[in-house]
Write a protein of this length. Structure first.
Length: 150
């Protein structure tokens, strides 16, 4: 599951460099890095590093892994909030002139990827956090214990 978290965070990083909005029937596009993609690329990068830490800490104590996964949830929530806000408040400027009203502004591939990856990132990290906090199931009785009990 941690691998999925790392992949989702990596998709967020890649999506920041792609177009987030298009106007004038696709003639004009705005990449994520010219706006809030600068924030999501940092969040995704931190998510990758924290995910790698959680992955390396799998054999270690559960507290380190759980804290790392909680951090992943927070990063994913912030990323998803940014993507939702940007998707609902699209505007495109060309040479300082707002062209949003001319033919409408559409969500482009980068913002769609950010939205989808942030949702996947959030779901996987939330599930992993819950699983990391759950107590381990009891070990089955050994053969000797089963014979003594019977």
């Amino acid at each position: 599951m941690v691998i999925g978290i790392i992949i989702a965070a990596a998709v967020v990083v890649i999506a920041a460099f792609l177009p987030w909005a298009e106007a004038l029937d696709g003639l004009v596009s705005v990449k994520g890095m010219s706006g809030d993609g600068q924030i999501t690329v940092v969040l995704g990068g931190i998510g990758i590093l924290v995910g790698l830490y959680a992955w390396g800490a799998l054999g270690g104590g559960g507290r380190r892994r759980r804290k790392a996964l909680i951090t992943e949830v927070v990063l994913a929530v912030i990323t998803l909030a940014i993507a939702i806000i940007d998707a609902t408040n699209l505007s495109v400027q060309v040479g300082g002139v707002d062209v949003s009203g001319t033919s409408g502004v559409d969500i482009a591939v980068g913002l769609w990827l950010t939205l989808i990856a942030a949702i996947v990132w959030l779901v996987l990290s939330a599930v992993a956090t819950v699983k990391a906090g759950a107590p381990a199931p009891p070990a089955p009785p050994t053969r000797a214990e089963a014979v003594d009990a019977g």
